[in-house]
Design a protein around this ligand. Sequence first.
Ligand code: UD1
Ligand code: CA
Length: 454
Amino acid sequence: MKSTAILLAAGQGTRMKSSLPKVLHPIAGKPMIWHALRAIQQSTTEKPVVVVGHGADEVKAWLGESAQTVLQEPQLGTGHAVMQAESLLKGKNDLVVVCYSDMPLLRGETLQQLVETQEKNSGPISMLTVIADDPRGFGRVIRRDDGSVEAIVEEYVATPEQLQVKELNVGGYCFDANWLWDALHRIPKNPQKGEYYLTDTVELATRDGLSVQANVMDDLEETIGINTRAHLAEVEAAMRRRITQEHMLNGVTMMDPASTYIEVDVKIGRDTILMPNTYLHGKTEIGEANVIGPNTIIRDSKIGNRCKILASVMEGATLEDDVDMGPFARLRKGAHLGSHVRMGNFGEVKDSYLAEGVKMGHFSYVGNAQIGANTNIGAGTITCNYDGEKKHNTEIGEDVFIGSDTMLVAPLKIGDGARTGAGAVVTKNVADDTLVVGMPARAIKKLERKSKKK
Ligand code: UD1
Ligand code: CA
């Protein structure tokens, strides 16, 4: 069966008290609406339609090609919102799923089951409900004596008796498309607010003797809708629990999942151990058997296997296998550490490649540099890569020993097997196997290389 989804996202979200449209507030690193779109994709066959209104331009810009959009202006209620998609969708689908975009915990599987229920339903609507003691302002599901669904009553118009009802309208529906496009025009205007409620379609169906099916959900958490920042934090925590749970089931150890913050796109190999207060953001990919944290922030980075990263920050960086990093190391964009590199405290690396076995143990800055295998970068070394106008490159060979507090004034090439004396200010290229000292550094002798590697 051909099916599409309409996601309602035109409301202002007044209670968020934000200049950012509600549906763009992030949860586990992705806008609220991304989570709703993901769930929808699992349950429908055609491209979804998002109804936008408040903050329409920002929401559309974020959506790009992932959805079609229609503008609802002014916003006259959830039924009116769905009506805006009629001209785009009428006659094109068998089923239409309608969801609110502020329920990011709703699972794709749940919507899939809802679609399956509607496929078997002789009537025009299947909907999601939940039984809960705390009604959270949700509409109440009114049933007849025979147990069949009769209507949805919004909290503020409910009678005291109806307020006692524990079955709530979650806000997920699957409609017979042809029936829906006709029924929307029959929704009465709500006398109190002058709005058209989608929930009134239920009564329209049952009054015509048509059956409305309810899938009663058992996971209350999935139904949390976000209206305030307190709800946002509640959902963030729930989403985080879901994500950490999945990684643990896949073989990742977490000493304290509650203080481990992993965004949705992050991949982690088995037997990696995450220590408390670790943040993994963006498109980060981590291999196997690493030990990460405590107190580590990693964004958009790639990490091989068996690395140790203690109390460090990295962004847009790459580590090969067996790298030992930190505490207090910082890798910026384009930093690439080869296998068995050791990078100690207070080092910063950006746009540079450190080949296998490089040691950079103590406070140094390396930018726009390539460093050959097994070279030692002494404490306090700085690649002076910026002359106030342009960045320049530093190339350091293999088996080099850069003495403590060396200033490498780029552009510069240091040959294989060379050495710099402590405090050298190197302004000219250094030949292979040469010792330079002083300020500016001058060659004082030719060296015998200890390493067998030539
Ligand atoms: C709605 C339901 C209620 C249900 C609850 C679950 C209606 C009338 N009521 O109430 O039964 O229990 O959700 O969370 O549907 N929107 C538009 N255009 C509008 C109005 C709303 O796009 O004109 C969007 C909002 O952006 C939001 C969603 O529809 O994403 C729901 O609107 P909201 O005002 O939050 O409805 P509730 O009062 O929570
Ligand atoms: Ca709501």
